[in-house]
Design a protein around this ligand. Structure first.
Ligand code: ZN
Length: 167
């Protein structure tokens, strides 16, 4: 299982900065749980918008040379538990593995049919993490979201996706 010790490899960095090392977290989850999935193109990850009803997304560039994983900008805030960020990255990696937002062959018709993401996470040993994530989202997300919106999105940054042209 991933634990907070994953963050402890860079103890000299403030925790807020560690949350910003999102590329590191992507690589760490890929190596730890998706090492059988080939990285066939350039995969970039960045915090995107503070969406209300979306934690993340994955898109493939028109020429298939790049995949982009966008993570809800609010997930960089420490009030959101680590397992929510981890699960969200793993969720998007599952789509990549299934051929959605990636050059890999598409092995299902729809990215969320029949709980395929949940089943994949369980199969890869991430079921408990995903369960805790779902629980936190169910109980905390909307009040947390409203609070951040009322505060004027203090403390969040997001990366422009203008370099990407997606369908
Ligand atoms: Zn999804």
């Amino acid at each position: 299982m991933l634990s907070t010790s994953e963050f402890d490899r860079t103890p000299s960095l403030p925790l807020a900065l560690s949350r910003q090392q999102i590329t590191y977290h992507l690589d760490s989850i890929w190596q730890g749980y998706f090492s059988d999935i080939p990285r066939l193109n350039t995969v970039d990850i960045a915090y995107s918008q503070p969406w209300k009803r979306r934690l993340g997304l994955i898109r493939l560039s028109l020429d298939s040379s790049k995949s982009f994983i966008g993570i809800n900008a609010l997930l960089q805030l420490q009030e959101v538990p680590d397992y929510v960020l981890y699960t969200t990255i793993a969720h998007e990696l599952t789509h990549y593995a299934h051929g959605f937002g990636s050059p890999l062959p598409r092995i299902f018709e729809h990215p969320h049919a029949n709980n395929i993401v949940q089943r994949e996470l369980v199969r890869r040993g991430l079921g408990e993490l995903a369960r805790r994530c779902d629980d936190w989202i169910d109980k905390q997300w909307f009040s947390f979201y409203d609070m951040q919106r009322e505060a004027g999105w203090v403390g969040i940054t997001h990366t422009s996706r203008s370099a990407y042209h997606h369908k």
